[in-house]
Design a protein around this ligand. Structure first.
Ligand SMILES: NC(=O)c1ccc[n+]([C@@H]2O[C@H](COP(=O)([O-])OP(=O)(O)OC[C@H]3O[C@@H](n4cnc5c(N)ncnc54)[C@H](OP(=O)(O)O)[C@@H]3O)[C@@H](O)[C@H]2O)c1
Length: 331
């Protein structure tokens, strides 16, 4: 408790100092630090109804995804949760149905296996004639390299490849349902960098959990700009967002030392993920941004990502690499 209050105080002091300096005439926050000011900004909210809109949300069993599912359900949406754990998903869906009286369906897929992503996409296409919103949220952070049975580094596979594949497989249905929106739950963690197109699977380099997370989120951002261009004129938008620094279960898959560090030194300073749900609701529903596409939002604030995530040349390579790794044809 004491460490939380003290930590919040010091954090606020530092950020307020930088932000106040930024407001004065003689100091301008560099682009790479503007996210600090944005994390303190007043967020936008949407009060637009989502009644009857079919919203597909991955990783809705916990944290950001759970809050997004609740908020969309509160707005009247028909929720389709894509989750890996049936027991957890059933518990969450019952909770949401009971509270908001909207349809909540479950599709099971482990995003560590692209075959399961394909089956999930097929099930969604079979069961829903329209998709109004796709929220690609499922994700993780790992301190050690883990390889999927298809041979991909796990974080890259779950955070980027699976969402890339799911989006590609659902894209025609999204276009048929236009206006439709795709929201990629990305992260300020893309600023950690780490993407090497010659070594996507971390076979040649010493693995670093933060940089592998950064690599997956950078790859996702680079493909957002590519897809936004391809979607021009379709009335389907795609945007990426940072869901805030919020208290969730992320990192719980790691060892005790990491968990101890995280729970003592990081978690106490994090916010309630209810803010992530509100921000996703805004991005999914607000008329103000109906035609905004190919942008990165810090919660609801439009923000410039790190320079390495804006390299369209690398972006074209990542697009082709992602198409190949997911077994889709080269564009
Ligand atoms: N928390 C933050 O401060 C923060 C900051 C920036 C970005 N983000 C991003 O927000 C997103 C959600 O994370 P969170 O913080 O809400 O973490 P979380 O509480 O751990 O939730 C992650 C969700 O992803 C699912 N998931 C993980 N691995 C999966 C797999 N192999 N297959 C299918 N689903 C899988 C989890 O399922 P289970 O419930 O079965 O584990 C859970 O539903 C992630 O993309 C993360 O990078 C979070």
């Amino acid at each position: 408790m004491v460490s939380r209050v003290l930590g919040n105080y010091i954090e606020n002091l530092c950020i307020n100092f930088l932000v106040n300096q930024d407001k004065s005439m003689n100091f301008k926050l560099p682009d790479e630090l503007i996210f600090l000011r944005n994390s303190k900004a007043t967020q936008k909210k949407s009060f637009t109804s989502m009644t009857g809109k079919v919203c597909v949300i991955t990783g809705a069993t916990s944290g950001v995804g759970f809050e997004a599912a609740k908020r969309l359900a509160k707005g009247g949406a028909h929720i389709v949760m894509v989750c890996r754990n049936l027991e957890k998903a059933e518990y969450i869906s019952k909770k949401i149905k009971a509270e908001f009286k909207v349809p909540v369906d479950i599709v099971i897929a482990d995003f560590a296996h692209l075959g399961e992503v394909r089956k999930a996409a097929a099930a969604i296409l079979n069961n829903y004639t329209r998709i109004d919103v796709l929220v690609n949220n499922a994700g993780l952070h790992s301190t050690v390299p883990i390889y999927t049975r298809e041979g991909f580094e796990l974080v890259f596979c779950v955070n980027h490849l699976s969402s890339f594949l799911l989006t590609q497989l659902l894209i025609d249905r999204l276009k048929e349902s236009a206006p439709a929106r795709i929201i990629q739950v990305n992260s300020e963690g893309h600023r950690f960098g780490g993407l090497d197109i010659e070594d996507i699977n971390w076979k040649e380099r010493r693995y670093n959990g933060y940089r592998s997370y950064g690599a997956s989120k950078t790859a996702q951002l680079l493909t957002v700009w590519e897809l936004a261009d391809r979607l021009k004129g379709s009335d389907v938008t795609i945007n990426a967002m940072h869901p805030g620094d919020v208290k969730t279960n992320i990192g719980n898959n790691n060892g005790w030392l990491y968990k101890l560090f995280y729970h003592l030194l990081i978690r106490p300073f994090l916010k309630d993920p209810i803010i992530s749900g509100e921000a996703i609701y805004y991005l999914a529903s607000d008329p103000e941004i109906h035609d905004v596409s190919g942008r990165f939002f810090n919660l609801t604030i439009d923000e410039k990502p790190a320079a390495h995530a804006l390299d369209r040349n690398i972006g074209k390579h990542i697009w082709d690499i992602s198409m190949q790794m997911t077994g889709l044809h080269k564009s």
